[in-house]
Design a binder for this molecule. Structure first.
Ligand SMILES: Nc1ncnc2c1ncn2[C@@H]1O[C@H](COP(=O)(O)OP(=O)(O)OP(=O)(O)O)[C@@H](O)[C@H]1O
Ligand SMILES: Nc1nc2c(ncn2[C@@H]2O[C@H](COP(=O)(O)O)[C@@H](O)[C@H]2O)c(=O)[nH]1
Length: 197
């Protein structure tokens, strides 16, 4: 595939992926494009259909999967999530760096494709900090919080396996984590900016 290299951001729910990528996109207008995933979970307050996710039903999503419309899909915390081929194409058609926010199952499935992204894991400094962040975000029920923490334990172990990620960023201090992320992507950012000038 031609154009700038896509970027996969992964890591436990609550580690800070959306926080970092929203800032990255805001500070680099016209450089990044978000691959809008499909999900069967309910929207959170403030989330917009078509921007944060394509919110859909299990039936419609399963039809799309059966029709080969997704490059990967996974079940996470009782809901379906997936990256459609169209979501990636929409970004790549504009010659932008395509950012995918997917869980560890998504990372493994994307590795079986020819997408060839830069794989970045965003990790919390500890389980305790992660739990506090998730509780403070007030988006989960106690049940879904516990499911997410269990998935986080698995994610934190798998992310240590050599070769899974190109880089692991510990998001303790937000400024430091953001600077690290920018530095990793500096070369790709410059390529897009130069192509536009
Ligand atoms: N370095 C940080 N220090 C303190 N709070 C943080 C930091 N990074 C993110 N947060 C906060 O932690 C919460 C979780 O962050 P965020 O929603 O970005 O996580 P996420 O990895 O995108 O989660 P999910 O995968 O569930 O979407 C948010 O309320 C965010 O404001
Ligand atoms: N495999 C995929 N995982 C995805 C996708 N979109 C998001 N995610 C991951 O799901 C969890 C939960 O997200 P939330 O928005 O409900 O908090 C998180 O780890 C995301 O990275 C996808 O298309 N495929």
């Amino acid at each position: 595939m031609s154009g700038p290299r896509p970027v996969v951001l992964s890591g436990p729910s609550g580690a800070g992926k959306s926080t970092l990528l929203k800032r990255l996109m805001k500070e680099h207008e016209g450089v990044f494009g978000f691959s809008v995933s499909h999900t069967t979970r309910n929207p959170r307050p403030g989330e917009k259909d078509g921007k944060d996710y394509h919110f859909t039903t299990k039936e419609a999503m399963q039809d799309g999967i059966d029709n080969g419309e997704f490059i990967e899909n996974a079940e996470f915390s009782g809901n379906m999530y997936g990256t459609s081929k169209a979501a990636i194409e929409d970004v790549r058609a504009k010659n932008l760096i395509c950012i995918l926010d997917v869980d560890i199952q998504g990372v493994k499935r994307i590795k079986e494709t020819d997408l060839d992204p830069i794989y970045i894991s965003i990790q919390p400094p500890s389980m305790e900090v992660l739990e506090k962040r998730l509780r403070d975000r007030q988006t989960e029920t106690e049940e879904s919080l516990q499911t997410r923490l269990e998935a986080a334990r698995i994610d934190m172990e798998l992310s240590k396996e050599p070769g899974v990620f190109d880089v692991v960023i510990i998001n303790d201090d937000l400024e430091k984590a953001y600077e690290e992320l920018k530095e990793i992507l500096d070369e790709e950012i410059k390529k897009v900016q130069e192509a536009k000038s």
